[in-house]
Ligand binder design. Sequence first.
Ligand code: PHE
Length: 335
Amino acid sequence: MIDSAQIAAVIEAAESLAALEEARVRLLGKKGEISSLMKEIGAMAPADRATFGQKVNALRDEAQSRLDARKAILETRAEEERLAAGWIDVTAPNPASRHIGRFHPITLLLEEVIDHFTGLGFSVASGPEIEDEFHNFDALNIPKDHPARDVWDTFYTTEREIPRTHTSSVQIRTLMSQKPPLRIIAPGRVFRNETIDATHHASFNQVEGLLVDKHVSVAHLKHTLETLVAKIMGRPVPVRFRPAFYPFVEPGLDLDAQCVFCEGRGCSVCKHQGWIELIPGGLVHPRVFEFCGLDPHEWQGFAFGMGFDRMVMMRYGIDDIRRLYDGKLQLVRQF
Ligand code: PHE
């Protein structure tokens, strides 16, 4: 006679709902093993029938509850397998629309320039885009009500703060927070009330440079800018200095590069000069050191502030500054 352990073994062996149904038929079906036991009752002595019947009933109840429990387990397992097979990763990238992002040409060239200067021992400094008059003007030796201020076409906020007109404000912040000797470049956005055209924008990028040490001369500045221009243009380009006036440098200079389009012969880009005005700079004015609490007899330095967009345009042959800022993807997709 089948016993409890055998019933359990038959049911637990079923690994699928179909196999479980076979087990049910084998145990409880009309011709199943437990049902067949009932048929033996007729051949028994009446005294034994009651106990035997009870045993068989107990076996049938046990088989049924084991079948129910096993069914629940197998159903859960089947559900899990269904989910696993049909699982969708809603975060997976769509292979049909895989656009690879590009860096903006300003970013590309800036990375190169930062690389160049960090190789020369400069570090990268920054300052706020909304400045105050002290950092943007006063400490740069540009007094209030002095005509020199007009050069910068300044925007003012209603609180008389200044969207900085140049990155030279970072010179002041650096001189007041770091101990010389020091070497920094400060890339960043500047803002001017300009009419926008192919070569002017109301917001553009500058890269400021500042080196402070003992015994710094124009020769250091010239060599630094010469190697910078060569780096940006990918080959050595003749350069020259012209005197220029900026209140925060003395002497003040403008660096011209020989026109890379006509190699100095004269063309429409250089307005037949053979030279392109590229980078203003000079030696840090003693008054600037004084404003920042440094002794001008002890320290010397050079500073420059290049209009970076023009570099980007020359390097990549982009002829309209507005292309750099209109946010259209046609431009960046070319890089
Ligand atoms: N800040 C000046 C400008 O934007 C450029 C400059 C920087 C000149 C550093 C001299 C030294 O016009």
